[in-house]
Structure formats: C-alpha cells, structure tokens
Design a protein around this ligand. Structure first.
Ligand code: ZN
Length: 117
C-alpha cells in the first residue's frame, strides 16, 4: 500500500521526493526506499507479465471517504482510487462528490479535479 501511494505521489502527481516523504510522514530516505521497491515490482510485472496486487501496509491509506452534495458518505478502496476518484455518488448518482481528506488536503484536490460544486 505504501508503495502504491509512493508511485502515485511521485510518478502520477509529479511531486518531488521531499514533498512525497512529507505527505506520507516518512523520512526522505525511507520514501526513496519505498519508491525503489515499488518500481522494481512494477518493472518485474511489466517485463515478466506478472500481475500487481496492492494490499497491506499503512491501514490509513486503505480507503478514503467521499461525500456527495446530498450528504451520502461512502468509502472507496485505495486500489480503486489509483484509477481515479469516484465520478458519482453510488446512492443518488450525483456527480457532485468530494473527498473527505485530512485537513489541508482538500483544497489541492479541489483545484486539480474541480469536484467541489
Ligand atoms: Zn448521494
């Protein structure tokens, strides 16, 4: 799980390792080690036709809660979030959904995804 998050922050979001380490609450050298390990597994999977299973690791990252404008809340598994945020509420189908991030993370998401209405 940490490795998937490391890849997401560094390679998908394009943050530098300093920032990634800060987001994940680990030291820069620990982050670098997590990232190396993740990339080795991805390379192995790509070149040797293996699958990748994302599990374990930091439980806090296992799911994130989302809320729609009507107030429905639900959890999205972390491995689903790698594909992208949910596009609609599973209960009422409104596309106006927002992630319930820890304080400080919502604004960035808002600007990038435009999910707040
Ligand atoms: Zn809803």
């Amino acid at each position: 799980m940490e490795e998937a998050e490391a890849i997401r922050l560094n390679d998908l979001e394009g943050l530098d390792q300093e920032e990634c380490a800060r987001r994940m609450n680990v030291s820069r050298s620990t982050f670098s080690r997590i990232l190396d390990s993740a990339r080795r597994k991805i390379a192995d999977a790509l070149l040797n036709g293996k699958g990748i299973r994302i599990e374990g690791g930091n439980y806090e990252m296992a799911a994130r809660r989302f809320r729609c404008v009507s107030g429905h809340e639900w959890e999205v598994p972390f491995e689903r979030l790698i594909v992208g945020p949910p596009e609609a509420c599973p209960t009422c189908d409104t596309p106006s959904v927002m992630p319930l991030f820890p304080p400080g993370m919502g604004r960035r998401w808002q600007h990038r995804r435009g999910l707040y209405r």
